[in-house]
Every structure is written in C-alpha cells, then in structure tokens.
Design a protein around this ligand. Structure first.
Ligand SMILES: [Zn+2]
Length: 328
C-alpha cells in the first residue's frame, strides 16, 4: 500500500473517533451544566481587607558559625534553647491543622523566618498553602505522620519508626527536600524516639520554651511580662489555628516590646556551617537568674482552680458523711 493511503485511513479514523466521542462526553455533563470552554483567564483572586499595621522586627544577622551539635551518640541531640547572648528569638509553628488564610499574608508582610513542624498527613492535604509559606521564608521540618494522641513516649519502636521515617518520606515528596530536624508531638519523647529519629535521618530534636495560646504568650506556665521576660536564644511556638493572626501579632508585639530580633534557626543548626572540631557547646537551658513572677497562664490557672474546687468538694463531702475506717 502506498504511504498516501495510510495517511488517508488515519485521518478517516480520527474523524470517526471525534464524531463518536463528542456526543458521549456531552452526555457526561449534569443537566443544566454549561459546556466548558477552555479559558486562559485565572480564577478571580480572593480579596481580603488590608492588614492592620504590623510591627517592624529586624532579622538577626547570621552568627559566624553554626553551633556544633553533639551527635556522636546513637541518639539525636535535643535543643531547647539556642546558645547565644544576643537578644534573638526563633519562631516555630506546629501541626498545620487549620490552614489559616492570614498566614501567607502575614508572612509576606513581615518577611520573618519561621520553622514549620508539620504533621505530614496534614501537609499533604493543602500542599500549595504550605509551599506558599516556604516561598515567603518558612522552612518545613518533621512532626510525625499522624501526631499520635499523647505523643511518642512509651510507644513501640515499630510505631515510632513508622511515624518518624514515613513523615520524612512524605515531606520529601511534597516539598522536595528531606527534613533534618523534628519536633516530638506534645514535646514528649523517650530514648527510642531519639534513637529512631537518628535512624530516620534527623539531626536534632527541636523543643521550645514559650508558646502562644489564644493570644496569650506563656513561658514556664506564667504569662510573659516584666517578671517573666524573653531570654536570648528562646524558641517560641504557636499553631495554625483559627486564631493565627491574633497569636502571631501577640508574638510580634512581645518580641518588639522586648527589643529582640528574630533569628533564622538554620543559621544555628546547619551542621555544614558548624566547626568540625572543638568542644560541643552546652545545650542545657540555664536556670533563670531571678525567680519568675507574673500571672499564671490561663490553662494552668483553670486546671489549678478545678483541682482546688474538686478538693474542696471532696472535703465537704467527707465532713458531711465521715467514712468508716476499715479494720483490716
Ligand atoms: Zn503538634
């Protein structure tokens, strides 16, 4: 057969496919649904009211070298405070449960670095949201796959391995880079956690000392204030909640009021920038020089109030009907 015939047959077949396929696909539309015509126009952008003015907080200059982590053992080291004598704090955000639309706008406005310890299963639900935060200077690190209730402490090696290693794999799939740090959910961990984390490729476990909940900044169970100030190197925590903007503004206000700047955690923890030899700096958090004063944090105060109410009720009941003492 001559080549010209093949071309003619192929064209005829294509025409038949078109004639059959177009009516078939048109039947797949729901009644009343208009035929889709391809459009080059992007969907209309969501508009928000202008952000209220934000405090200007400086970004701390990187130190000459990162801190040298003591990673010679079978477990990852735990960092609770960054060793520095400068007025620098670090912002971290956990979980990612509620992708609050305020966060991208606030990040774009402040340009401050934040480390996001994301539940990988949650990050997978709204990857573009978190990628937009990364584009504005955030860094994503590990926080398990499922955030097991109560934390990892006391759980089997198999469970901990699955939570830690699989979250690293999933975050790599979403963001293109393998996490190097992790934060144990609820801050609870045991030796198995730290050993397993090392096996999964993490370099360090990052804890925190201060956290914002419902617009209140708390340090060591007391509210932030003159009697309970920020300390150089503190790691601050907040969450992706409905209250994101309020919590973020609370953090920024405390940082500005204290005359602090915000540091980039990777400037201190990136081991490629750490001296190869020399003594490891102590990562033990120093005791406060002066005792902490100031009101208790709302959740601690509420827990104490309910405990004392329960104790008073028990005492009243004991007074009304004294219990008989068992003889043996
Ligand atoms: Zn968490």
């Amino acid at each position: 057969m001559r080549p010209g015939w093949w071309v003619a047959i192929a064209a005829a077949l294509a025409a038949v496919v078109l004639v059959v396929a177009v009516p078939l696909t048109s039947h797949l539309r729901h009644p009343g649904e208009a035929a889709q015509t391809p459009s080059a126009e992007p969907p209309p952008a969501v508009t928000y009211p202008a952000l209220a003015p934000l405090p200007t907080i400086p970004l701390a200059a990187p130190p000459p070298a990162a801190i040298r982590l003591n990673d010679s053992g079978p477990e990852v080291p735990v960092v609770t405070r960054i060793p520095t004598d400068k007025k620098i704090v670090f912002i971290t955000m956990d979980d990612g449960t509620f992708p609050n639309p305020a966060a991208p706008r606030l990040f774009a406005a402040t340009k401050l670095p934040a480390t996001l310890f994301l539940i990988s299963k949650t990050a997978a639900k709204t990857p573009l949201y978190f990628k937009s935060l990364v584009a504005d200077g955030a860094r994503v690190e590990g926080h398990t796959v499922n955030h097991p209730y109560g934390g990892l402490k006391g759980r089997s090696e198999k469970v901990q391995h699955s939570e830690l290693c699989n979250s690293a794999v999933q975050l790599k799939q979403i963001f293109g880079s393998t996490p190097k740090w992790f934060r144990p959910p609820y801050g609870t961990y045991d030796q198995t956690t730290l050993r397993t984390a090392k096996q999964c490729g993490y370099q360090v476990s990052v804890m925190w000392e201060a956290s914002v909940i419902d617009g209140v900044l708390c340090i060591a169970q007391h509210q932030f204030g003159a009697g309970n100030p920020l300390q150089p190197g503190m790691i601050l925590l907040m969450h992706f909640t409905q209250n994101f903007e309020h919590d973020y503004r609370t953090l920024l206000a405390a940082i500005q009021q204290s005359g602090y700047s915000v540091g980039r955690l990777s400037d201190y923890l990136d081991q490629t920038r750490a001296p190869k030899t020399g003594p490891h700096p102590s990562l033990v958090v120093p005791k406060p020089v002066t005792p902490i004063s100031g009101p208790l944090c709302p959740d601690v105060a509420a827990a104490q109030a309910s405990q004392s109410a329960a104790a008073a009720a028990a005492a009243a009941q004991a007074h009304a009907s004294p219990t008989t003492t068992a003889k043996d």
